[in-house]
Design a protein around this ligand. Structure first.
Ligand SMILES: *Cc1c(COP(=O)(O)O)cnc(C)c1O
Length: 440
């Protein structure tokens, strides 16, 4: 498959370039030149396929010009090695649990798949690839776990000292092997600045074959398509419509859903759920896209004031607000509503949902309230809404603590607490960072 830049449709590259560069030189975003429709047979018979079969079929569409079928199977087997189960709450509400991977958030799908693809792209080169990444918390954990032990790739993670949660710090600093953590005296922006300067530095680039694990890398989007098919398979019957509700920040997850639909998955509607950072729901309502400064909320991974994947969504609808509005309904909720929802899900359904998933639940509930009459659902035709649970509740202890006493903290999270932190401490000075890079 070939990819074009959203800023210049004549700038077309192959998968390798798109993945290793992350961004086109014009600062646009890479998008597939054409999105093939899967065979109806495959979609009608999803039920007979395992999750890895489905992932393999979809991955082939994107990777088959760059990898042979054995290699694609290996990439999928290594990256998608945990399940994506749907849990039914009741009243047409379902939850797609995307947190069964090592860092307990859906970002594991993207990070692991990108790691395997990058490793495949460089395995016949004599130079190792070095990924430089600055993190404010969550991305670093998923990237570290995703690249752990991956051949021919080293990862250097820069994080701001004292500004990530203790658990997040453990996820970055205790893995060892090909993962190195740098604890920087400064802010996230300082870390990002050091990374940017390293990419421009001649001596560092002579010594290292550098790449980034940027969140808008197309390789992170591709595996997110897989679980829409997997969830659809688990809930679809002859008489129901399927709606996906996506708690959103940068809108990568929702964009992957829209790609799944363009590939033939018959999704009736998407619901875009946000916290008070409601730029996209407002766009859907008013046709005006007005980026804002992000506000801090308890669903902090969705605190985004100018979602980078919005440009991709626009391209999928040829810039038409009307067409996008037909496929997507938007809703926004504040922190008080989110806290109430966490309690309601617990008391109504005996289920514990993290703050991000709870924003999704609110939107799903709101949408369902009016859908029965609006879309003429009756005794013979019904609708099921699948809300994406993007992270495990145990990742958000301060918000969840009052409720969490009754749930088990996953073993892989509990274990982290006892592991030894290994990080190199440094000031936020490029001179010092460069010196370390050149002797490291
Ligand atoms: C990153 C993240 C989101 C937002 O996903 P986007 O693809 O950026 O919209 C939602 N929930 C959690 C837990 C996240 O880590």
């Amino acid at each position: 498959m070939k990819f074009y830049s959203t800023k210049n449709s004549n700038h077309v590259v192959d998968l390798g370039r798109a993945v290793l560069d992350s961004l086109p030189p014009d600062n646009g975003l890479y998008m597939p030149v054409s999105i093939p429709h899967l065979e109806d047979d495959f979609i009608q018979n999803l039920g007979v396929f395992s999750f890895t079969d489905i992932a393999n079929e979809l991955a082939s569409v994107f990777l088959n010009e760059d990898f042979n079928s054995n290699e694609i199977r290996q990439i999928v087997d290594a990256a998608i090695n945990f399940p994506a189960p749907v849990v039914t709450l009741g009243n047409g509400l379902h939850v797609l649990e995307l947190w069964h991977g090592p860092s307990l958030a859906f970002k594991d799908f993207g990070a692991r798949f990108m790691a395997e693809v990058m490793s495949g792209l460089v395995q016949n080169q004599d130079r190792k690839l070095t990924i430089l990444v600055a993190t404010s918390g969550d991305t670093g954990g998923a990237v570290a776990a995703g690249f752990l032990g991956v051949r021919n790739v080293d990862v250097i993670i820069l994080y701001p000292s004292g500004k990530v949660s203790p658990l997040q710090e453990k996820q970055l600093t205790t893995l060892g092997q090909n993962i190195t953590a740098l604890e920087v005296d400064g802010t996230f922006d300082d870390c990002q600045d050091l990374v940017k300067k390293a990419f421009l530095d001649k001596e560092i680039n002579e010594r290292y074959n550098l790449s980034s694990a940027n969140s808008i890398n197309i390789a992170r989007l591709i595996p997110q398509i897989f679980y829409y098919f997997e969830a659809f398979k688990q809930v679809k019957t002859d008489r129901n419509d399927i709606v996906f509700c996506v708690p959103s920040g940068n809108f990568g997850n929702l964009t992957a859903g829209l790609l799944a639909k363009q590939m033939g998955l018959p999704v009736a509607k998407f619901i875009a759920a946000t916290n008070v950072n409601d730029v996209v729901p407002e766009y859907l309502r008013t046709a005006n896209y007005l980026p804002k400064v992000a506000l801090a909320t308890i669903s902090n991974a969705m605190d985004v004031g100018n979602p980078s994947n919005f440009r991709r969504m626009e391209h999928l609808y040829g810039g038409s607000h009307q067409k996008m509005n037909k496929d997507i309904d938007g809703f926004a909720f504040d922190d008080d509503q989110t806290r109430l929802a966490i309690n309601e899900i617990k008391s109504e359904y005996q289920y514990i949902m993290d703050p991000h998933g709870a924003v999704g639940y609110l939107a799903a509930r709101e949408w369902l309230r009016s859908a029965q009459s609006r879309y003429n659902y009756n005794d013979t035709r019904s609708v099921d809404v699948i809300t994406l649970a993007t992270a495990h509740p145990a990742k958000f202890l301060p918000v969840m603590e009052p409720l969490l006493r009754s749930i088990k903290i996953p073993e892989r999270l509990a274990q982290l607490a006892n592991r030894e932190k290994k990080a190199t401490h440094m000031t936020a000075s490029f001179g010092k960072f460069k010196e370390w890079m050149l002797i490291h």
